[in-house]
Design a protein around this ligand. Structure first.
Ligand SMILES: [Mg+2]
Length: 168
């Protein structure tokens, strides 16, 4: 996959450097400019779709989490007794833990006396909440990737914003 990325990066760099009028002989200057622009856009699109070292799971972060959650629950709750209401309480607990960290971070920013906390700990509690949310979605057969995309885009549409989440 990395070799494929390097190949497309080289082709993209080549397209960026190319003389816009240096297209195949049968093209006039307008066609040549259009040819180069489209070629560059296609290469850029392919590069955006390819996983990178920086973000190897960007295409399917929810899918990866779901697979790990399902596998781990077989270890953790072999007789499958955890109920939806248990998960609901768990989620409220994790969100509460995150909120308590946020309170302490804010307390320090405001210079108010009391215990302190860290952004690293906040990251842990936010991760716990996401993991728990996926467990709830798994129990109810929800495709979280599709649900997040659909709701994100519906909100953008409702509020009149241009940003959209597209499928991986
Ligand atoms: Mg926690």
């Amino acid at each position: 996959m990395e070799r494929l990325r390097q190949l497309f990066e080289a082709k993209f760099a080549e397209a960026e450097r190319a003389d816009p009028l240096g297209a195949p002989m049968f093209m006039d200057t307008v066609q040549a400019a259009s040819y180069h622009r489209i070629r560059r856009d296609i290469l850029q699109w392919v590069l955006e779709m390819l996983p990178s070292n920086d973000n190897p799971t960007r295409a399917d972060a929810f899918t990866t989490l779901r697979a790990a959650n399902v596998a781990r629950q077989k270890e953790w709750d072999a007789s499958n007794q955890i109920s939806l209401s248990y998960r609901g309480n768990e989620l409220a607990g994790e969100v509460g833990e995150a909120c308590n960290v946020i309170k302490k971070i804010e307390r320090e920013r405001l210079g108010i006396a009391g215990s302190r906390d860290t952004v690293e700990h906040l990251a842990e509690e936010l991760a716990d909440a996401i993991i728990c949310i996926d467990l709830i979605a798994a129990a109810e057969g929800i495709d979280l990737d599709a649900a997040v995309r659909s709701k994100f885009n519906a909100t953008s549409e409702k509020v009149g914003l241009l940003t959209r989440l597209v499928a991986a």
